[in-house]
Design a protein. Structure first.
Length: 118
């Protein structure tokens, strides 16, 4: 009976695709791993353009999205582990992403100009 030897190399990513619903990673050994994008709130909040800009970490042991400050390890995908970012960290990240004019600022009462009488 023939048995296959356990691979000593770590699983590594070859390519990445992010859809509206899934993160799909092609591994160097030919497997594909697909997980819900909702597992990674920063990735889920990203624009299509931000999601397309990814980089491999090391020899493909992880994936990095620079504009989203998101890193995902291939081993974590294989283990079915979702993001473990704390709610407070995610809130701070979301607040920092808001455009300056959308940030919550104290509001001042709007004064109406009086119409000129003739």
């Amino acid at each position: 009976m023939a048995t296959s030897a356990l691979a000593a190399d770590r699983a590594a990513a070859r390519s990445v695709r992010v859809t509206a619903d899934h993160l799909v990673v092609e591994l160097r050994d030919g497997r594909f791993v697909s997980v819900p994008v909702s597992w990674y709130p920063r990735l889920a909040a990203g624009t299509p353009s931000e999601r397309k800009r990814w980089e491999l970490i090391g020899a493909g042991i992880g994936i990095h999205w620079p504009q989203l400050d998101e890193d995902i390890e291939v081993e974590a995908l294989l283990l079915g582990l979702a993001s473990n970012e704390s709610p407070s960290s995610l809130r701070r990240w979301r607040a920092a992403r808001r455009p300056a004019n959308k940030r919550m600022e104290p509001t001042r009462p709007v004064r109406k100009k009086r119409a000129a009488h003739s």
